[in-house]
Design a protein around this ligand. Sequence first.
Ligand SMILES: Nc1ncnc2c1ncn2[C@@H]1O[C@H](COP(=O)(O)OP(=O)(O)OP(=O)(O)O)[C@@H](O)[C@H]1O
Ligand SMILES: [Mg+2]
Length: 308
Amino acid sequence: MEQPVIIVENLVKKINDRFILNNISFNVERREIFGYLGPNGAGKTTTLRIILGLMRPTSGKALVLEGNLSKDINLRRKVGVILENDGLYNKLTAYENLDFYSRIYGVSNSSERDRRIKKLLDLVGLYDEKDKKVGYYSRGMRRRLAIARALIHDPEIVFMDEPTSGLDPEAKIIVRNLIFQLARERDVTIFLISHDLDEVERLCSRVAILVGGRIVALDTIRRLMHSLERRSIEITFKNMQDAMEVAKYLDNMGILYNLRGNSIRIFYQDSNISRVLKPLVMMGLKIIDIKGNVESLYDVYLKIVRGG
Ligand SMILES: Nc1ncnc2c1ncn2[C@@H]1O[C@H](COP(=O)(O)OP(=O)(O)OP(=O)(O)O)[C@@H](O)[C@H]1O
Ligand SMILES: [Mg+2]
């Protein structure tokens, strides 16, 4: 089996006798979109800085493609980075910024550079603004350009620290689709720090949740939801007698419910809701409304963060 592309092992960062990171370990496999979540100050950016070789750990190690980004310069060409600080030059235009970075990354053929730059500008929706100085760009435009910059040298892994923060809803969708495409079509591995749980739920297969410098959850989103959730469904009947009859039936089945007038909210643990619903339909009761109420990553996150 292929080695994980990111390996973080027993990472500790202590500053002034305080543990900023307390024994962090996780792996990221190739082509994964891995979500790194946690409240403000949890240590997410610090972890990323250590992985990128911008900060030294107190102990433990962080390997990228089996190497060390602080020591191996060639390795840096395989990695794209979008940090909180976007690293763009205000006095240069968008085109010039991308040209500058593609030269740094050693894309030497000028027509190849031009082709890539234009393609990326188009991809992030900035083609028409390419000759404007970045100093005049709005926050969202800068964010998009930072994403283009991170992709200019065709990296194998892209690290993103809150890539969509400050973007308008439409731009968020563009960036999300882009992230998804990168992973699916171009085999790029993505390490994504985000506070947008809706985004994480849509994009990521696996997440780590960090609280106070410790990982308190590390699993696929599906399993995290499964381990914590209690799904519910609310059925409204035409009359109260029907609802009460169902309540009796649920009592016999040992299924938890909440009866309110002619509505009944049924809580169930397993995903096979049809086992619960089928007999209700067979009873021939007049149902006028059904609302599903599946919990989201947001609920799971809050439970984990508060509980941890
Ligand atoms: N160089 C430093 N000196 C002292 N404290 C630091 C340093 N770098 C980070 N910290 C502290 O480490 C903790 C974690 O910071 P970090 O930036 O990693 O959080 P984060 O999870 O990225 O939060 P956010 O969601 O707000 O971006 C914070 O309490 C921060 O003040
Ligand atoms: Mg941060």
